[in-house]
Ligand binder design. Sequence first.
Ligand SMILES: NC(=O)c1ccc[n+]([C@@H]2O[C@H](COP(=O)([O-])OP(=O)(O)OC[C@H]3O[C@@H](n4cnc5c(N)ncnc54)[C@H](OP(=O)(O)O)[C@@H]3O)[C@@H](O)[C@H]2O)c1
Length: 342
Amino acid sequence: MKPIMKFSALILTSELVDKAEAAGGPARCLLTSVELDCDTLGTNGVLVRVQYSALNYKDALAASGNRGIVRKLPLIPGIDAVGTVVEPNGSGLQIGDEVLIAHAKFGTSHHGGLSSLARVPADWLVKLPVGLSAAEAATWGTAGFTAAQSVRQLLNHGISPESGEILVTGATGGVGVFAVQLLAKLGFSVTAATGKRERYDQLLKLGAEKVVPREEILDLSDSPLSKSRWAGVVDCVGGTTLNSAIRATQAGGCVTACGLVAGHELELTVYPFILRGIALCGIDSANVSQKYRQELWSVIASDWRLDVQDVSKEIGLLQVPDQIENLLKGLAFGRTLVQIPE
Ligand SMILES: NC(=O)c1ccc[n+]([C@@H]2O[C@H](COP(=O)([O-])OP(=O)(O)OC[C@H]3O[C@@H](n4cnc5c(N)ncnc54)[C@H](OP(=O)(O)O)[C@@H]3O)[C@@H](O)[C@H]2O)c1
């Protein structure tokens, strides 16, 4: 008889989501802690013992039952996971190999990483690059990878430290802290925009040259262009912030857009594009090829390696719901690493 392996996880159920929707209140964390049979994860794919997950804004949306993100119920959320292979299942991997899991479906339409076990197709796995510990890789996770993609786009568009100031919005968020640190490491002059006055010193310590209140970079006029200010922008928040940043980007500049915490709408004229030649680059960390993913991770583990201790705190699985509430309110700083019990 097949041995039954139990594992711990946080789960979102349809009952909880239906109840929350019926109540119609503000988004809040609906996760509950459970112990499940291994069979819950199915039998196909590579079984991974998850050591670390980390929390992203997308996890906060999933954990509060956002139907745009959650594609099946019940669901174990968690879009980030790093761990070791337990059952290779013909994948060519070895038992004990350290891997990270990354795929658009992981933690949204397939059980995710807030769990001590995960079972996924082999092509969702990236072997942990040499030089990066499991905790470091999970701290980078989707947020850090997205920051690295954004910085790479600026470089691809010819933006260099000589080009001028780079704006990072949502600078204390998961993507923001990595963008600030990485750009500073590469010699850029970084202006960090934040809503958290109490975090100015930390952003300066991470390498920002200037820190400004997030309202300072907004241009609420209906002018199609503002005074040229930025050589490049890593925007993590969208909405009016992204709109203002595009209009204040200098000729030949580049703006990357990855997030929507400040809004998903973008009302613009074509003038920033046809009078200043600005490039607007969308960043999608979920749908990149495994080859691209593996290659960027190896850069992260070598030339772009960062000291990640100052931008993360570690919690256990049971503390996740409280931290999700902080993420939903935009109160979190940097990255939250979740250590998963065996
Ligand atoms: N496209 C992709 O592949 C991809 C990948 C990862 C993340 N994302 C998206 O990128 C965004 C940032 O992700 P994250 O993981 O860094 O999230 P996060 O850790 O929750 O950080 C978001 C930050 O945005 C700022 N913020 C929050 N509410 C705001 C508002 N109403 N107006 C202006 N700023 C606000 C806050 O920073 P301050 O207090 O410092 O201003 C907050 O810490 C999210 O929308 C996420 O969904 C997209």
